[in-house]
Design a binder for this molecule. Structure first.
Ligand code: AHR
Length: 330
């Protein structure tokens, strides 16, 4: 645990910290150890859960980056429940960690706990997902993707794919976790682009909670209720992969009978894309760990940091997926 040292000696302390070993908490355990004074920065990280391949890669990135940066990481898994994340953040406040980072499962309802952290003078960094708090002084920065842009990229591919065609295009949408920033933004970005052409019709849109199992279950229901589905837009690869199982079980060919667009570009998604079962993937990078640790060090040192740090991302066609797969890290 880093005490309130002056900025002048902080740089030296960080170098010492970087040479030491880093101990992380087990998943699901926000930790209850007594406050240490070993000169290291202690970060409390409240993760959403382990709902997808993306999340697993994100957790790995954060844990590995903390070790590499010599940051003592207390890690908790909220199992997709806001109340668990709030409990974990309160526990980090009670333990007087130097900094808190978290990926908010939903956008709303954070003001009270963020105010408690601010009153305790513990800075907070938002990673991956944003909150809708009006008071932006409740957190130091937000590092993550532009989810609206991701939805727009998905819509733009669709518009191009059906250019010059006049028949109605029936779309079903598998939304992410209800109330989460990526579900809200990927939905609105996509809708904004396709609304210009009335041939695109979203005939069903329901949450699949970003999981493969739920994606399969909801797609089964979509297929039963709708005899003609042309396109599936899934807010992440995992739901898309679950839906593929349902499509195959219904005797249809994924990527051919039903065109599929997903978001993330994790290895399993990219493999399905390279095999033609998915038609297009919009990338969302989970590798936020190194940037998060850099920002945390700067915040603790009292340095000025940007209010928003955007992740650089691309898109993939089947050919691009084939080329990228051998070097894909997650
Ligand atoms: O917040 C990022 C999203 O959360 C990813 O797209 C999804 O796979 C994850 O569960």
């Amino acid at each position: 645990m880093l005490k309130k040292w002056s900025a002048a000696v902080l740089g030296g302390l960080l170098v010492v910290g970087a040479l030491g070993a880093c101990g992380g908490e087990k998943e699901g355990d926000a930790g209850s150890g007594a406050k240490k004074d070993d000169g290291k920065i202690t970060m409390g990280f409240a993760q959403v859960g382990a709902e997808s391949g993306w999340r697993t890669a994100n957790t790995k990135s954060i844990q590995e980056a903390a070790t590499a940066a010599g940051i003592d990481l207390k890690f908790s898994d909220a199992q997709q429940k806001q109340e668990n994340q709030i409990k974990a953040i309160r526990s980090y406040i009670a333990q007087k960690v130097d900094i808190i980072a978290f990926s908010p499962v939903v956008e709303s309802g954070w003001d009270t706990v963020l105010k408690e952290a601010k009153d305790a003078k513990i800075p907070v960094i938002l990673t991956d997902r944003a909150v809708d708090s009006k008071d932006t002084s409740l957190y130091k920065t937000f590092i993550g993707s532009d989810f609206v842009l991701e939805g727009k990229k998905a819509g733009e591919w669709l518009v191009k794919e059906y250019q010059g065609k006049t028949d109605t295009v029936n779309i079903v949408e598998l939304q992410g976790t209800t109330g989460s920033a990526p579900a809200n933004d990927r939905k609105s970005g996509f809708a904004d682009v396709i609304k210009a052409d009335p041939k695109f019709k979203v005939i069903a849109s329901q949450t699949g909670d970003f999981t493969r199992a739920k994606g399969k279950e909801v797609m089964e229901a979509f297929l039963k209720a709708n005899p003609k589905i042309d396109v599936l837009y899934a807010h992440n690869d995992d739901m898309g992969l679950g839906a593929i199982e349902a499509i195959v079980a219904a005797g249809k060919k994924p990527g051919v009978d039903i065109k599929i667009i997903t978001v993330d570009a994790v290895k399993d998604g990219m493999t399905a894309l390279s095999e033609g079962k998915i038609n297009y993937i919009v990338e969302c990078s989970p590798l936020l760990g190194p940037q998060l640790m850099d920002l945390a060090k700067k915040v603790v040192a009292g340095e000025t940091i940007p209010q928003r740090v955007l992740t650089e991302e691309t898109t993939f066609t089947p050919e691009q997926a084939k080329a990228a797969l051998p070097n894909r890290k997650y």
